[in-house]
Design a protein around this ligand. Sequence first.
Ligand SMILES: Nc1ncnc2c1ncn2[C@@H]1O[C@H](COP(=O)(O)OP(=O)(O)OP(=O)(O)O)[C@@H](O)[C@H]1O
Ligand SMILES: [Mg+2]
Length: 281
Amino acid sequence: MASLEFSNISFAYIDTQPVLKQIDLELCSNEIVGILGPNGAGKSTLLRIANGLLRPQSGEVLLNNQDITKQVTSRLAGQIIVTFQFTRQQFFASTVEKELRTTLTLHEEDKSQQIHLLESLITQFGLNMLRDHHPYTLSGGEQRRLAMAIAMAVPATFFLLDEPTANADQEALIFLSKILRKMKTEGKGVMIVSHDIEFQLALCDRLIILIDGSIQFIGTPVDIINTQKKKKWNFFEIPEIYPFIQRLEREGSHPDLLKSYVAEKDFENKFTMISNILGEK
Ligand SMILES: Nc1ncnc2c1ncn2[C@@H]1O[C@H](COP(=O)(O)OP(=O)(O)OP(=O)(O)O)[C@@H](O)[C@H]1O
Ligand SMILES: [Mg+2]
């Protein structure tokens, strides 16, 4: 199993103002880890450190136990993908198709395979009508789709995604969730920064709470739900469905309902699960 580890990472943009403080965190292949934290907590900074865009003042980033902190970003590009919170920062070509082509050319030598992958990504991410458009003219949600398609064009092991849920409508969220779960089954490690708590609870195996540059909590979605009952954190609220499920659980006929609901990663199946229970009543 592959691993990406942040070991005792500290970072400051300005010497007197630490942004990350002694971060210890591991991401394995086959797992989806979510990062939750208020604005300015240091989430995007942490991701930029993973692919060498920023260098920590102290600590190491280890890829399969090897320190990569001093490697240049381009050498890590085939192994660790980091998508940007502000998608425009990553686009440089004049059309959607060229943008994808450029990435594919870097990672796939075989020309016919390049074309096959290009068409498959364009179809999968619903970009066909937009292929000749300039990336900057795409809507927010379309830019996110393009950014994900570019990320998927790289045969990397670790994907660190900065707010992939921003601008996404319900259909896009379900699509994204399916893609990320598929990546996990293919042995990829995924880290997601997102303010969409519902999405994070539904998808992630583990959640990390980062506040003011420090990790405050690491746990499963069920751990987070149970801890947040005491209103421990004020930057997010547990969606109403979860207390409702716990009430159903307490009523007695469905022990461990919360656990099974969280374990079910398919949104449609989650819905069916609850509808069936309500139907019984
Ligand atoms: N280039 C920079 N120069 C100086 N300070 C910066 C720079 N980039 C970020 N910061 C500061 O570092 C802190 C962490 O920023 P970061 O972007 O990592 O937060 P975040 O957790 O991703 O927040 P958000 O949820 O708003 O995206 C913030 O206080 C921010 O103002
Ligand atoms: Mg951010």
